[in-house]
Design a protein around this ligand. Sequence first.
Ligand code: MN
Length: 518
Amino acid sequence: MAEFAEVTVFDTTLRDGEQAAGSRLGAAEKLEIARQLARLGVGVIEAGFPCSSPQDFEAVRLIAREVKEVVVCGLSRAVAADIDICGEALAGATRRRIHTGLGVSDIHIAGKFRDPKYGATLADKRQRTLVMAVDAVTRARRYTDDVEFYAEDAGRADRGYLFAVIEAVIAAGATVVNIPDTTGYTVPAQYGALIAAIAGQVPNIHRAVISVHCHDDLGMAVANTLAGVAAGARQVEGTINGIGERAGNAALEEVVMALRTRRDFFGVDTSVDSRELHRTSRLVADRLGMVLPANKAVVGDHAFAHSSGIHVDGFLKDRTTYEIMRPEDIGFPEQGKVVLTARTGRHGVRHRLAELGYAFADEELEQVYRRFLAVADKKREVFDEDLAAIVNDELRPTPEFFQLVALKSATETGTTPTVTVRLRRGGEEHQETGRGDGPVDAAYKALAAAAGRNPHLERYEIQAVTGGTEAMGRVTVRMREHGTTVLGRGASTDIIEASAKAYVDGLNRLVAFGEERG
Ligand code: MN
């Protein structure tokens, strides 16, 4: 194995990914994702941009303190005060990295440093930008010897100038130089040539690792990333499911599986345990309330479904005929396999949960087990997907200010649906009845009245977790109140109940964010 060089996987799901998501993640959810990323085996987690908000600072500090197996990185602009805040947020990490930098294309320099204080001419502004880059790296080195410099919009920068900046920041102590294609403008041959030129022409480049950071505006983020690796880059940056600004970042699951499947071509290894990719992908999608396209490469539900007759026939005779990766390599659960029934004891449930990668304290297990029994009672066969839904639904990090105590729904063809709810609000219970266009609408009217709040419902989505009419339904709602958007989730074999739970979960998140904001 040692014959191949290692490419470091740098995950920025919690920074470049989350900053563009439609809703915010709380610190506990970020920590949960960071822990899964550590289990996935990424080398670096970019946990946030500490200077951007107190919430981001807190999330980076928490992850730095709690996640010890990886390098924890914070982003910072090339501004002394930002770098200091970033250094402070990372202080608790065993291994910490500061990622700082600025725009190096003339478009960025002329646009962002328009003020005459940065110089009268473009040449003056370029000179000033180079000094700021060196100062930023020098300052970051006060906090750690692992400093990454990003040359924003490198894809459109003047080469001679870009090389001069890279040489200067390496001399100042940068250990990784990130060459982002910030606008997703380059094409693979061109981006690969840029990386090869940096590797070949920057005199002190051997003292640093070249990192690639690509965006998907033209659908080439993964292809550009791989071209960068082929040209000598030894760190890849990306996000799970390719989430991120605009069209997103390079999808790490695709980059990792391309490097692994085509190890013969790239001749590199990564530290990632690919069997954790499916779980990581689902966790991120779930926490951000996104639905993955079924045909998404590597992690989509149909990524391994063969349906054309010729393919199926060939596949059954020898799976390698049409399969370049195996679903188990990505950690796909075996679909539709009955794993548990109401007769499965605590021990069996704990064992299956452990196989799925969930470890619990006894008290949490008891909570999950009680819920499992209720579900097993209703639907007899409990699949892995059901278990995951139970766990996600039962063990939520949100403090429960609101609690759904009871729900009664009456629907009859030709009459207006009526739903009565009992909701615990702080210490007391409130009962309200709602009427609506449908039972979910009626339930939401009753809940809003009982909660004494009226958030705007932006989106409602329901998915069946497993097949059959007795399937668990999982509901995700997007709610907005006073400028804060949250996601609420709930699961149940009864879709009205799942809908109500999702709404109450959303209310609790709004309360939690309201408190954070103070
Ligand atoms: Mn980016």
